[in-house]
Design a protein around this ligand. Structure first.
Ligand SMILES: Cc1cc2nc3c(=O)[nH]c(=O)nc-3n(C[C@H](O)[C@H](O)[C@H](O)COP(=O)(O)OP(=O)(O)OC[C@H]3O[C@@H](n4cnc5c(N)ncnc54)[C@H](O)[C@@H]3O)c2cc1C
Length: 387
């Protein structure tokens, strides 16, 4: 049986998150160019979600979260994304949200207590260090240059990563490295406190977005020594764990950006209904009406793709193919929604008088991170070629 009826609990969840975002979070959005969300502001936002009982929807209750499955998460995250501040407040923004999911699935009990619990409580932040400047790992992780070697009962990690979201101010990093001498294709994930000797933030990469706490940094790892207990899960399983993290993480980006795109559409539609041009409202001009109709279509199809992938994950499947499809479909469709909304708003669409321009700018990276559209298409085509 296929049903898209929300249960009473799901409706209640949606209304709670929607009310929280409308009443507590949107009033905190600043007019004009938004400031980078620093840790003090993040803590203010997190305190509000804690008070509302809406912190960490994706984290099991045993670790202080709401314990939602993927379908229920989609309801909460899509409503949270209506403000760019919403996912930060509810502690379900990237990269922490994906890292919490990875830790819950892969870390030992001891590691969960040390690294996951403070993350889930919103007390700490983390970063995920995989991408490297050329010629290192990017779309192709097998190009990884960051290495580790064993020295007594320690591991020594060396390399350089960049575009590492949240590195500035993070409590710890999950670092992906390959053995200095060892099999091709094997990599390991390590935990390291960011104040470990040898970790240096070389620069903050000046990207176009502003709402990722800690920005995106280039980080040098120079003979960083970590104990054996710092291996996340098992040695040599890094690439497999990256997939464990990525399939749900791609989907949660779709959920959050869906909410943001819906906000753009709502603002643009309101404007089109009331703004007059050539004797009638903009909406009555077919050219504008069709833009809003296309927005509805893109939002609707994205929602279906998100719900289907979430449902597949809730059946205990890996949903690698579904999350790839959803990632390409949503990142491109939601980008179109934001862009059309800017167009409908005319000059205001490229000003900071509404949040639309900021959302459109921030959303652009979504077509690149967690696998550029072309890489997902390439991987889907390879599946088809195999027959
Ligand atoms: C805002 C933002 C935040 C990020 N945060 C993190 C983070 O926290 N941690 C982290 O490790 N990384 C992070 N990244 C890095 C991100 O994952 C990489 O940018 C992404 O994997 C692409 O790698 P690259 O930039 O090296 O592009 P490249 O590998 O140089 O690829 C460039 C382009 O080539 C094309 N291309 C590549 N392969 C193929 C193919 N097989 N077929 C067709 N076309 C292809 C694509 O169009 C691609 O966009 C972030 C990136 C952004 C933009």
């Amino acid at each position: 049986m296929i049903s898209f009826d929300l249960t009473d609990d799901q409706k209640h969840l949606h209304d709670r998150v929607r009310g929280f975002i409308q009443e507590k979070i949107i009033p905190l959005e600043e007019p004009g160019l938004p400031r980078q969300i620093d840790d003090a502001f993040r803590q203010e936002l997190i305190a509000l979600a804690k008070d509302a009982g809406l912190l960490s929807p994706h984290v099991p209750k045993a670790f202080g979260g709401m314990g939602l499955n993927h379908v229920d998460m989609s309801i909460a995250f899509m409503a949270a994304g209506y403000s760019l501040l919403g996912p930060v407040a509810m502690n379900c923004a990237a990269p922490d949200e994906g890292n919490m999911n990875l830790l819950y699935k892969v870390a030992t009990d001891e590691q969960k207590e040390r690294w996951l619990r403070p993350l889930a409580a919103g007390d700490a932040r983390s970063c995920f260090a995989m991408t490297e400047p050329a010629p290192g790992a990017g779309s192709d992780p097998s190009l990884m240059q960051t290495t580790y070697r064993k020295d007594g009962n320690e591991f020594v990690i060396s390399g350089r990563k960049w575009l590492i979201t949240g590195a500035h101010g993070a409590g710890f990093a999950i670092i992906m490295a390959r053995p200095e001498s060892g099999e091709e294709g094997a990599a390991t994930m390590f935990f390291a406190d960011m104040d470990t000797a040898g970790i240096e933030i070389v620069r903050d990469v000046a990207t176009v977005d502003r709402t990722f706490t800690g920005g995106h940094a280039e980080v040098e790892f120079k003979d960083v020594r970590v104990p054996e207990s710092a291996i996340l899960g098992e040695e040599g399983q890094g690439f497999r764990y990256a997939q464990v993290r990525l399939a749900p993480a791609r989907l949660t980006h779709c959920m959050r950006w869906w909410g943001a795109a819906k906000r753009c559409h709502d603002i643009a539609t309101d404007y089109a209904r009331t703004r007059m041009a050539f004797g009638k409202s903009l909406m009555e001009h077919e050219g504008v009406g069709f833009l809003t109709a296309d927005n509805e279509i893109d939002l609707h199809l994205s929602q279906l793709s998100i719900w289907h992938t979430a449902w597949t994950l809730d059946q205990g499947k890996r949903a690698g193919r579904e999350s790839s499809l959803a990632k390409v479909a949503c990142s491109e469709a939601l980008d179109r929604v934001a862009d059309r909304s800017q167009q409908i708003l005319g000059g205001m669409g490229v000003s900071h008088d509404t949040v639309v321009a900021q959302i459109a700018t921030e959303m652009r990276g979504f077509r690149i991170y967690d696998g550029p559209s072309e890489v997902h298409r390439w991987s889907l085509a390879r599946r088809l070629a195999r027959g």
